[in-house]
Design a protein around this ligand. Structure first.
Ligand code: HEC
Ligand code: HEC
Length: 332
């Protein structure tokens, strides 16, 4: 029974689906961000990481930055169903938001990267994304005194290398967190912070609609992989998702459970952007998904009423945190 949490079992046996379920046992506040011991936080490192994140010179063409595809104005995603990389080619997957990525145990839709440090090096070199040669990048940055002095200050002498570029970017990403949503205020005692519809939606979410089986914990993910029946779209005729990584038949068509905080801000949805908005996402779950092969046993038609569907959307809106404000850096 792998990939099934205690909460999942509790949901399945109907623990939470009874009326007036144990609400208090569901709320999990967002903990303070942890930084890895080999990449401790400092303000200077975070600021340097922000510069690198917004700097298009990290790409081979000098016009694509991390922010091109993870744009703060578009919910730290890019607004496209499937992202467009170097060479103007549509890629197979949707650019996920990086909000709260510092909390995720796995990175990428198939979880093929563990740490943000490891992740950040990937897109820089990937020919279809930023298409940059690491040595070339280091040469380009080394002629900019503003970068050299900052790397020296943060990491010590002769420290301008790809590993430290990734460490600084990861540190910046860990500052991009969604906090203080109406949902948190509600559980902190401000019962007026969520509308009646949103509160009803919360009960449907953890009860009848079984969403909490997979979307649970402080940032609404079980860190697991599930095939929820998303239909193929875009250049990839077949995307086996997690299977590519694990080679476990169980994982065919399974993708990482995304977090749901601030989720209103990064449409369209799913690994290949097939659902345009949250209303469509709820309709998708209500009909029990689209592709039936290797479908998770937790995905079944839900028989939601029109009101319950509206309430679910209101609940998801109540997970929007305070606006994440960033001042664009002046680049060296
Ligand atoms: C061309 C668009 C593009 C660029 C440029 C890009 N990314 Fe991404 N990013 C993506 C896509 C698409 C994925 C998902 C890929 C997959 O799952 O196979 C992704 C995944 C991620 C993830 C994983 C998030 C999660 O929840 O799993 C992080 C973190 C991330 N990118 C950070 C970065 C950083 C840092 C940079 C700059 C060094 C960057 N990206 C550059 C498109 C892009
Ligand atoms: C069996 C586990 C599971 C259940 C149950 C489940 N989800 Fe998901 N959810 C996922 C996975 C996995 C994805 C990504 C799937 C993909 O892209 O192929 C996802 C994607 C989403 C997305 C899109 C997020 C994004 O960044 O694109 C939303 C919104 C969402 N789920 C909300 C819900 C709601 C609301 C419910 C209940 C009606 C629910 N989920 C039930 C696992 C689950």
């Amino acid at each position: 029974m792998k990939h099934i949490s205690i909460l999942a079992l509790a949901c399945v046996i109907g623990f939470f689906s009874i009326e007036g379920f144990a609400e208090d046992s569901v709320y999990d506040p967002v903990p303070a961000m942890q930084h890895p011991s080999d990449n401790a936080w400092s303000k200077d490192k975070e600021e340097l990481g922000k510069m690198l994140y917004f700097d298009p010179r990290l790409s081979g063409s000098n016009w694509i930055s991390c922010a091109t595809c993870h744009n703060p104005g578009l919910g730290w995603s890019d607004g496209l169903p499937r992202t467009i990389g170097a060479g103007q080619k549509e890629l197979g997957r949707h650019s996920p938001t990086i909000i709260n990525s510092g909390y995720f145990e796995n990175q990428m839709w198939d979880g093929r990267k563990k740490s943000l440090e490891d992740q950040a090096k990937g897109p820089i070199a990937a020919s279809v994304e930023m298409n940059q040669d690491y040595d070339e990048l280091i040469r380009e940055l080394k002629v900019l005194p503003g970068y050299v002095s900052r790397f020296n200050k943060v990491f010590g002498k002769n420290a301008l290398n790809i590993d430290n570029i990734a460490k600084a970017i990861a540190t910046f990403e860990r500052s991009v967190v969604s906090i203080n949503a109406p949902y948190d205020k509600y559980w902190a005692g401000d019962r007026g912070a969520m509308s009646t519809s949103a509160v009803n939606g919360m009960n449907v979410f953890f009860g009848k609609a079984k969403c909490g089986i997979c979307h649970n914990g402080p940032v609404f993910t079980d860190s697991g992989f599930h095939n929820i029946g998303v239909k193929p779209a875009g250049p990839l005729k077949v995307d086996l998702g997690r299977y590519n990584e694990s080679k476990d038949d169980f994982d065919k068509g399974a993708f990482k459970t995304p977090g749901l905080r601030d989720i209103t801000k990064s449409p369209p949805y799913m690994h290949n952007g097939t659902e345009a908005n949250l209303k469509d996402v709820i309709e998708f779950y209500d009909r029990g998904g689209d592709a039936k092969e290797n479908l998770s046993p937790f995905i079944t038609p839900l028989g939601l009423t029109g009101q319950e569907k509206k309430d679910l959307v209101e609940f998801l809106k109540a997970l929007d945190g305070e606006p994440i404000l960033v001042t664009l850096p002046i680049l060296p």
